[in-house]
Design a protein around this ligand. Structure first.
Ligand SMILES: Nc1ncnc2c1ncn2[C@@H]1O[C@H](COP(=O)(O)OP(=O)(O)O)[C@@H](O)[C@H]1O
Ligand SMILES: [Mg+2]
Length: 234
């Protein structure tokens, strides 16, 4: 790994969805390029329907661009097959979505450990890491609560910890505080940005809240499928 080289590069990404039979195709992204350095945090803002989720999904190998390339370190990742992309996501990425998507029948710490099940032979160390991470987000006394016994903000803190458990290089967060009230949103955003910074994890997070976006190193704006620099923060 070369610290000088960007961690993640999207090069001239375009995405077009074929419309229904006889309908018009929908051009969602047009010639989008971006670079993310190791440990850097970037916010993406933009109106609903501007392609934010589509871009995040392409960066996260959950969707393929129509044209363009995505690279992570020296590996091209936009054209991996299903097995390779699953392994790439497991080893390098952490995802957080607007809804926490915790398993309702599992406790907080069991939910955090789910992404580790695909890794071998690290059971006890992983349990300790999960416990330590949950303590660090103020949930040390909630380890064995079920999601139904936690507040929305607490569930989303569990989701942040779950995204970090496998020590990803990049966290991709799609409106991670979009379903929370202002106080809980501020708390979860702080936890996400501080934990990522402390652990050197690069982060790309979509949000509608301008004051949250501006806490990141850079803010980019998506508008009608094109990405522009919105303004430098800090
Ligand atoms: N699978 C799909 N098929 C066709 N159109 C889609 C699909 N997914 C998203 N779109 C369209 O792409 C546009 C961008 O969607 P999205 O990336 O979800 O925007 P955002 O996250 O910024 O709200 C929308 O107009 C949406 O209708
Ligand atoms: Mg979206």
């Amino acid at each position: 790994m070369n610290a000088e080289q960007p961690l993640l590069r999207a090069i001239n990404i375009s995405k077009r969805y074929e419309g229904p039979v006889g309908g018009q195709p929908v051009a969602v992204l047009t010639d989008v390029s971006l670079q993310l350095s190791h440990g850097e945090s970037v916010a993406i803002v933009g109106p609903s329907g501007s392609g934010k989720s589509t871009l995040l999904n392409i960066l996260g190998t959950l969707d393929e661009p129509t044209t363009g390339e995505v690279w992570c370190d020296d590996k091209r990742i936009d054209n991996l097959g299903p097995k390779q992309s699953a392994a790439f996501r497991r080893d390098r990425l952490g995802f957080i979505f607007q809804m926490h998507h915790l398993m309702p029948q599992c406790t907080a710490i069991e939910n955090v450990l789910i992404p580790t099940l695909a890794k071998e032979g690290r059971g006890r160390a992983m349990y300790q890491r999960a416990e330590e991470l949950l303590k660090s987000v103020g949930l040390g006394d909630r380890l064995h609560h079920m999601p139904g016994q936690l507040s929305g903000g607490e569930c989303q803190r569990v989701a942040v910890v779950r995204a970090l458990i496998n020590e990803p290089a990049v966290i991709l967060a799609d409106e991670p505080t979009g379903s929370l009230d202002a106080n809980a949103a501020g708390d979860v955003w702080s936890i996400l940005s501080n934990l990522s910074r402390d652990r050197g994890v690069a982060t790309i997070a979509v949000t509608h809240a301008r004051h949250l976006a501006e806490r990141m190193d850079r803010v980019l704006e998506l508008h009608t499928g094109s990405l522009t620099v919105q303004g430098a923060a800090s």
